[in-house]
Design a protein around this ligand. Structure first.
Ligand SMILES: Nc1ncnc2c1ncn2[C@@H]1O[C@H](COP(=O)(O)OP(=O)(O)O)[C@@H](O)[C@H]1O
Ligand SMILES: [Mg+2]
Length: 186
């Protein structure tokens, strides 16, 4: 997908997060990484992720596109870019609406390991949490796994691998879980 042009706004990134997402929409802060923060609401299936554009993440977003059907890729519903003029210069940030996923470590150890084994077989990813670059060793056997590998290969052209357990999440799917790669490059 092509990214939209940044729109001028009267809200800085922090105002958007605190005033608009939390006060107006009543979303709560859930978590953040090095670049972005994520806001969610109880019983709401979608979250907002907000962050600075100078991060390779948007390259991944372009590759994933909107409403991708591959279960290993996050479902993204909308991407907005905003431009705010501070006294000191322009701040450009993104707001992405995407499906809410579960943290990798949140799925109980035993259950997680069981799912993990299945993904070892399907994707050939071994010991995700301790590997520096699990993508290089991927040997996917499924169609979706192969497609994931292609997307990750392209994403890696733009940045360096960052596939630690904070950047891989689970999607609850009936009684089982699907492994979703949310933020593979830095
Ligand atoms: N779709 C999501 N649903 C729920 N939490 C999320 C989602 N995406 C990310 N998070 C949480 O927010 C944190 C930061 O998001 P991430 O995509 O890793 O951004 P970055 O590392 O660039 O700041 C993640 O570690 C994860 O815990
Ligand atoms: Mg991250």
């Amino acid at each position: 997908m092509r990214l939209p042009k940044p729109k001028k706004t009267t809200l800085s990134q922090s105002d958007y997060a605190y005033n608009y997402l939390t006060k107006k929409l009543k979303f709560q802060y859930l978590s953040s990484g090095a670049f972005a923060s994520v806001y969610g609401k109880k019983d709401h299936k979608r979250v907002f992720k907000i962050g600075h554009i100078d991060d390779n993440y948007l390259e991944y977003v372009k590759l994933v596109g909107l409403r991708n059907k591959n279960p290993h890729l996050p479902t993204i519903y909308s991407v907005k870019l905003f431009k705010y003029e501070h006294d000191w210069g322009t701040e450009t940030y993104y707001v992405i609406e995407m499906e809410r996923l579960l943290p990798f470590d949140k799925v109980g150890r035993r259950k997680g390991l069981k799912e993990h084994k299945r993904y070892q077989q399907q994707l050939g990813i071994v010991y995700i949490q301790d590997m520096e670059d699990p993508m290089r060793s991927m040997k996917p056997s499924t169609r979706h796994g192969k497609q994931l590998q292609k997307v990750l290969d392209k994403a890696l052209d733009e940045g360096s691998p960052d596939m630690h357990s904070g950047n891989i999440m689970w999607r609850k799917h009936g009684k089982s879980y699907q492994l979703v790669v949310t933020d593979p490059v830095a």
